[in-house]
Write a protein that binds this ligand. Structure first.
Ligand code: ZN
Length: 81
């Protein structure tokens, strides 16, 4: 490490970057503090954003049943044209 710069030269160039980092970290904390969308319990780190794999499964099933409906509706639309 070279000689220490004078106190006056201490322009905090890194400050804005650090602020962004800080905001991102806060965002992550907020996300982890979100309750489980299925049952409302605090989300677990291992199965975010759900509280457990069980709730993740429930959501996945909802998702799958939804995505089964969409192609059928699309097909119907094409048929009408
Ligand atoms: Zn849950």
């Amino acid at each position: 490490m070279p000689a220490k710069p004078p106190a006056g030269a201490g322009r905090r160039k890194a400050a804005p970057k650090e602020a962004v980092k800080e905001a991102a970290r806060e965002e992550a904390v907020k996300a982890s503090a979100k309750p489980c969308p299925i049952c409302g319990k605090p989300a677990a780190e291992a199965s975010r954003p759900f509280c457990s794999e069980r709730c993740r499964d429930v959501d996945l099933n909802r998702w799958l049943s939804n995505s089964y409906v969409i192609p059928a509706a699309k097909d119907d639309d094409e048929d009408a044209e």
